[in-house]
Design a protein around this ligand. Structure first.
Ligand code: RP5
Length: 163
């Protein structure tokens, strides 16, 4: 199976990345994690992106906060799909990172998930890999069914209390 490459702009983004790595681990998907910044270590971010396909990656998740250019900078240097996670920082509740990540110019797309959406980034990466992997697609189907069952359990409890 292809690996998921995960890059974060700072180790302060790690709690968000942890949500992604936990989800990928639960699905048995291999990944590698790095701290590369579009601003502080642009050469390393570029080198990782340029070589990602040859190094066995099938999709890249890039998480950053504030003036969050990391996902776009990665996407500029690879045609692998790139999923951006805007991370919340102390100002603006993550709106700064959301707009910086989502508003990509035509030609260089970034699939942006919700602010701090580490788990959904991993699920989207899994869905991309599952296009060519029936076993992984079956795991994702099973997860959807299990998640739905949990919601129906909650409905049963609320119904019993109020109806
Ligand atoms: C961004 O700046 C990082 O992705 C992080 O979310 C934010 C703050 O970084 P630190 O100052 O905590 O290293 O580049």
């Amino acid at each position: 199976m292809k690996k998921v490459g995960i890059v974060m702009g700072s180790d302060s983004d790690l709690p968000i990345i942890k949500k992604a790595t936990d989800m990928l681990s639960s699905l048995g998907i291999p990944f590698a994690v790095h701290v590369y910044s579009a601003h502080r270590t642009p050469e390393e971010a570029r080198a990782f992106s340029v070589s990602a396909r040859d190094n066995g990656f099938g999709v890249i998740i890039a998480a950053a906060g504030m003036a969050a250019h990391l996902a776009g900078a990665v996407a500029a240097n690879t045609t692998l799909p790139v999923i951006g996670i805007p991370c919340k920082s102390s100002n603006f509740d993550g709106l700064d990172a959301l707009l910086s990540t989502v508003q990509m110019p035509t030609g260089i797309p970034v699939a942006t998930v919700a602010v701090d959406g580490g788990a959904n980034a991993a699920l989207l990466a899994a869905q991309i890999l599952a296009v060519e992997d029936r076993e992984l697609a079956a795991k994702l189907d099973a997860k959807r069914r299990a998640d739905a069952a949990k919601v129906l359990e909650k409905d049963a409890k609320i119904s019993a209390e109020f109806n």
